[in-house]
Write a protein that binds this ligand. Structure first.
Ligand SMILES: *Cc1c(COP(=O)(O)O)cnc(C)c1O
Length: 241
């Protein structure tokens, strides 16, 4: 299967899941997760009409962005991987959005960097560790910091907090993730009431469970392998994130 054919199939499945849930297909954005894929794969997807991409490492995307050159301007790239604050400046420069903000300190750094550059506000999502897994990125479900970030929106005028993102615990069956997706949506509903922020975006669902995520209210599914095929192994001399 080519990237174009895969994209066509996934778009169709996204639309069907939305309709099944009584939602309009255009309420759900399809993000193509191009991490570890070469710049050529991104171009192929762009030729097939894809404009939203997710990357998980700053340095990896910096190299690809250079290869793409001016062609990158026709697409939107979001950072979806854990970001160390010492790379916040570079991330704020390279990405149109950071969907994996997991600390107040990082939010403040990103804000300061966009302010320094007099750039448009950076769109962010706050990442939630919805399954409470020890080794996973994201803020705990009911932690104070989550609310502190939302409260900080008033003074962080170079950020726009758009919603929440999560990677649920791995489950064999896609259905196993439903509970976690629902939990994220319920959390969003509560935080929306408390904070007065719209928090319109819920980034949840990947290749094996995006249909369930859409049924539970996802507004952005992040699909990698089902579009690009298996990811090449990371280079042995791997950069740190
Ligand atoms: C890799 C990755 C994806 C895509 O995963 P697939 O299973 O290949 O669809 C989605 N979200 C995040 C945060 C990722 O790191």
């Amino acid at each position: 299967m080519t990237i174009a054919a895969n994209l066509g199939e996934i778009r169709e499945r996204v639309a069907q899941s939305a309709r099944r849930a009584g939602r309009a297909p255009d309420e759900v954005a399809l993000m193509a997760v191009s991490k570890l894929q070469p710049a050529e794969a991104i171009l192929e997807a762009m030729e097939a009409g894809q404009h939203l991409f997710g990357e998980n490492r700053v340095q990896e995307f910096a190299a690809k962005s250079e290869q793409l050159g001016e062609r990158a301007a026709a697409a939107q790239f979001h950072l979806i991987g854990h970001l160390q604050s010492n790379k916040a400046a570079r991330a704020a420069e390279l990405f149109g959005a950071v969907d994996s903000v997991d600390s107040l300190r990082l939010a403040e750094k990103l804000n300061a960097e966009r302010e320094r550059r007099a750039a448009a506000p950076l769109e962010i999502l706050v990442e939630v560790n919805i399954g409470g897994e020890g080794a996973k990125a994201g803020l705990a479900l009911e932690c104070d910091e989550l609310r502190e970030i939302l409260r900080a929106q008033r003074r962080l005028s170079h950020l726009s907090i758009r919603g929440l993102m999560t990677v649920p615990p791995a489950t064999e069956e896609a259905e196993g993730a439903r509970l976690y997706f629902r939990r994220l949506r319920q959390l969003r509903d509560r935080l929306r009431e408390e904070s007065g922020l719209e928090l319109a975006e819920l980034s949840m669902g990947m290749s094996h469970d995006f249909e369930v995520a859409i049924e539970e209210g996802s507004t952005c599914v992040r699909v990698g392998t089902a579009i690009f095929g298996a990811r090449p192994a990371p280079a042995a001399r791997e950069e740190s994130r």
